[in-house]
Design a protein around this ligand. Structure first.
Ligand code: MG
Length: 258
């Protein structure tokens, strides 16, 4: 099931996305909270009549760096012995169709297409065999990065944590096997990144085990799993799209911060 979060007439709701053709998708409004028990209301609205919101409001986004060997190499890095983990703040999260604001303190903004894992239940110290029980679903993410700032500053809080640096969406797919999906980024329709999630150095399972060794994850929390090779520049006016097979396409325009 594809579960979107959206606003209509000033109200925020979750809905199950129905249909196949992008122009005729319909949302069946959900009664209750998707992570717990919920039912479909049967009240349907066309998706193009609503504004999509980030599909989740995470308490935290835990991101993993250098998880595809080819991407680590393209920036002159080794794949680390222990996964590199960092946070992106809740204020960095935007939805599909929202604008990425080019930060004033950078001159080198990059896209990073990533598979995002959405957590479904509170968990800590999750054993490998229980990982699938704590995952709600998957969505597309763009780990937008001020590459020049990342090089200059030891910690990546500013380079990867500025407002609008974490597009998520367009919805959460709850029924997809994440182990071997095509993942790509385009800029203005031109392909920049193309990889497969099977090239991840650490699998989704590895990452959930590793992260929950340290911290409790809450329903709606998000894990970004790293980006394949082909990262590159974004400029004001560009439209960047992240597509993951079996999930959907996350699209955002880059604007000058007003
Ligand atoms: Mg990344």
């Amino acid at each position: 099931m594809r579960i979107a979060r959206f606003s209509i007439d000033g109200n925020v709701a979750f809905g199950a996305v129905e249909g196949d053709s992008p122009d005729s998708l319909v949302l069946d409004i959900i009664k209750g909270i998707p992570y717990a028990d919920f039912e479909l209301s049967g009240t349907k609205v066309p998706l193009k009549k609503v504004r999509l919101l980030p599909p989740v409001l995470p308490n935290k986004v835990v991101a993993i760096g250098r998880n595809y060997a080819e991407h680590a190499a393209e920036l002159g890095n080794e794949v680390p012995d222990v996964p590199v983990a960092f946070f992106k703040p809740t204020t960095s999260v935007i939805g599909s169709g929202d604008a990425i604001e080019y930060p004033s303190f950078s001159e080198e903004l990059h896209h990073e297409a990533e598979l995002a894992v959405v957590i479904g239940r509170m968990c800590r110290e999750v054993p490998r065999e229980r990982v699938k029980d704590v995952i709600f679903g998957y969505t597309c993410a763009n780990d937008v990065t001020a590459r020049d700032v990342q090089r200059r500053e030891n910690q990546w809080a500013r380079a990867k944590g500025f407002d609008s640096s974490c597009p998520l969406g367009p919805w959460v797919e709850t029924d997809v096997d994440p182990s071997d999906l095509a993942i790509q980024a385009t800029v203005n329709g031109e392909q920049r990144q193309l990889g497969r999630t099977s090239d991840m150095v650490r699998t989704v399972e590895d990452l959930v085990v590793h992260i929950t060794e340290a911290m409790t994850l809450l329903p709606g929390d998000v894990i970004l799993t790293g980006t394949p090779a082909g990262v590159g520049p974004l400029h004001v006016g560009d439209e960047v799209a992240v597509t993951i097979e079996g999930i959907g396409t996350l699209t955002n325009k880059v604007i000058k911060r007003g």
